[in-house]
Design a protein around this ligand. Structure first.
Ligand code: 5AD
Ligand code: SF4
Length: 465
């Protein structure tokens, strides 16, 4: 981005920050509270951390309690219909709260808000929503708040004229141990079922120096796990002036001194190169885990989904990964009941699931997304029938997961202790992203611990050694 454009954005931000430092105390007579409700994927969680950083900068305290908040924001997801329904239900709750709370603002942003039809619905049917903005305008939030609080009409901003990456916004991370680090935004793949490219725009990568700087600052701040985020992380680097790809980026981050782990999501099979598999195998900080969505095992369905690989290519890739990466584990996303999918097609999905032996699966029944090509494809299979296929898939996977977990029994793994469970046990994940529970002192939280796996019940249980 041209330096002067960037400078003007930062200047505008500073300008509204200083204006709000006068306006907010006048309106609320104290530090106002902001509550952010986040739906959907990790990208949204990461965006919400930026939003919280901005809100703190302009003078809000952050709370989890929307009943006492002066500013309530819904950062929404549009990937499946179910998520949309939930959001509207929760926005509806704000009507009564707003009546009781003078000066309260309600805002909606994120992937759902970016869609014209949702914007109109909110405009017409949710008059108590003050501000609605899309996925490209997080940095303008202080401006929207200032304008609305000082008498502007309701604000709706889903324009698509701006898609630059803005570096240097404040971030208020939710944790101190594990953190998200976006390396790219948007998606160019246009899978025919998916709304993401329509709401998050074209793929843009961050400069590697910005990513390294942020990773280094996270390591300096004591983070022990950094998850690199993007809709398609392994096409990282496209369109940048520098000559860099995702494998090279991983190597650079791996070279940062310190004891920490690097995770990443999501990968697309078509961009998963042997160079990347080798980088995963040789970079000691990088997880030996691939979340590699294959969506369907049927080549015919994959073609109509516009996935740009076939089941043979996918299985070949998995075979290469198994050969090159010691103790590699796989997870995947699968869509059941894509328009036109037959039971024969579905059986192809089962075939791939059985052959790969995933650690776990994220399975979804196809959800029609307005504006995507798949939405106008004939979809004759009933929801009930799709549900049956779905249950069959879950059952097959349960057996595989059990087998995969059981293969860990007797092994020793270095886990990052990241949680104290309700039963008082500690829990941590292996480099291959598998969770193990074990007894230990709470002081181990945040540390790497060697654990020997004793048994698999419904979870792996082990002993600290
Ligand atoms: N219906 C069902 N699942 C979907 N996904 C994306 N779009 C849809 C849809 N319209 C799933 C894909 C993707 C994951 C994030 O969500 O499996 O990988
Ligand atoms: Fe959606 Fe496909 Fe892009 Fe993933 S790769 S965000 S499924 S269009």
């Amino acid at each position: 981005m041209q330096n002067n454009v960037y400078q003007s954005i930062m200047d505008t931000l500073e300008d509204y920050t200083s204006k709000l430092s006068v306006v907010l105390p006048k309106i609320y007579g104290r530090k106002p509270l902001a509550c952010i409700n986040t739906y959907g994927c990790q990208q949204n969680v990461s965006d919400s951390e930026k939003i919280k950083g901005l809100l703190e900068k302009i003078g809000y305290d952050i709370t989890d309690d929307d009943e006492n908040a002066d500013f309530v924001l819904f950062n929404t997801c549009a990937v499946r219909e179910h998520a949309e329904d939930r959001v509207f239900g929760n926005i509806g709750r704000m009507k009564a709260l707003k009546k009781q709370r003078q000066g309260m603002l309600v805002a909606v942003c994120g992937c759902m808000a970016q869609q014209e039809r949702i914007c109109e619905r909110v405009r017409q049917s949710y008059p108590y929503v003050d501000i609605l903005f899309g996925t490209r305008h997080i940095h303008k939030l202080p401006e929207y708040i200032y304008k609305r609080l000082t008498g502007s009409a309701r604000i709706f901003d889903i324009s698509e004229d701006f898609s630059e990456i803005i570096e240097g916004l404040p971030i208020r991370r939710d944790g101190k141990l594990k953190g998200w680090l976006p390396i790219m935004y948007g998606c160019d793949n246009f899978c025919t079922y998916c709304i993401v490219p329509h709401v998050r725009g074209r793929e843009r990568s961050r400069k590697s120096c910005e990513i390294i700087k942020e990773a280094q600052s996270m390591v300096d701040a004591g983070f022990k796990e950094i998850t690199l985020l993007g809709q398609n992380v392994n096409s990282y680097g496209k369109g940048l002036d520098e000559d860099i790809n995702f494998a090279q980026l991983l190597r650079k981050i791996n070279a940062i001194k310190g004891d920490f782990r690097i995770r990443f999501m999501t990968s697309h099979p078509k961009d998963c190169t042997l160079e990347l598999l080798d980088a995963i195998a040789t970079c000691e900080k990088v997880e030996t885990h691939l979340h590699l969505p294959f969506q369907s095992g049927s080549d015919r369905v994959l073609k109509t989904m516009n996935r740009k690989y076939d089941s043979e290519g996918y299985l070949k890739l998995i075979k290469e990964a198994k050969e090159r990466i010691p103790n590699v584990s796989f997870t995947s996303d699968i869509i059941v009941g894509f328009p036109g999918e037959t039971y024969e097609d579905f059986k192809e999905t089962l075939r791939v699931v059985k052959e790969v032996e995933f650690q776990a699966l994220f399975t979804f029944i196809y959800s029609k997304r307005f504006g995507t090509p798949a939405a106008s494809m004939p979809d004759p299979i009933s929801r009930e029938e799709k549900g049956k296929w779905f249950s069959e898939l879950i059952k097959v996977q349960e057996e595989i997961s059990k087998k995969k977990y059981t293969s860990y029994v007797g092994q020793t793994h270095r886990v990052l202790c990241d949680e104290i469970k309700e039963n008082g046990k500690l829990s941590g994940k292996t480099l291959s992203a598998v969770e193990i529970e074990f007894e230990g002192e709470p002081s181990l939280l945040g540390q790497f611990v060697e654990v020997k796996v004793d048994r698999f019940t419904n979870i792996l249980e082990g002993t600290k050694i």
